[in-house]
Design a protein around this ligand. Structure first.
Ligand SMILES: O=C(O)C(=O)C[C@]1(C(=O)O)C=C[C@@H](O)C=C1
Length: 85
């Protein structure tokens, strides 16, 4: 029996979704590691743990691109790097 064309298409689209998710996870981990490094360097220089002006910029950028979902995503990204407030 032949496989319906929609099943084949779904399988291939899901494979692409998995690739995209892997890329997102890699980028998530890379961003968090870089954020931690920036934070450690700032603390070692006697600076603050947070830079709220920078966090506001990031929140605004994600909100402008994705609305409320973007704001939530930005908050999760920031927390992954600098830890909870
Ligand atoms: O850009 C910085 O100075 C960072 O420390 C990185 C970062 C971020 O994850 O984007 C993390 C904490 C700061 O409050 C602001 C931004």
């Amino acid at each position: 029996m032949s496989v319906p064309a929609t099943d084949t298409r779904t399988t291939s689209l899901r494979a692409r979704i998995d690739e995209i998710d892997d890329a997102i996870l890699d980028l998530w981990r890379e961003r968090a590691a870089i954020s931690r490094e920036v934070g450690r360097a700032r603390l070692a220089d006697g600076g603050t743990r947070l830079v709220l002006s920078r966090e506001r910029e990031i929140l605004a950028r994600f909100s402008a691109a994705l609305g409320e979902d973007g704001a939530q995503l930005a908050l999760l990204l920031l927390r992954a790097g600098r830890g909870p407030l």
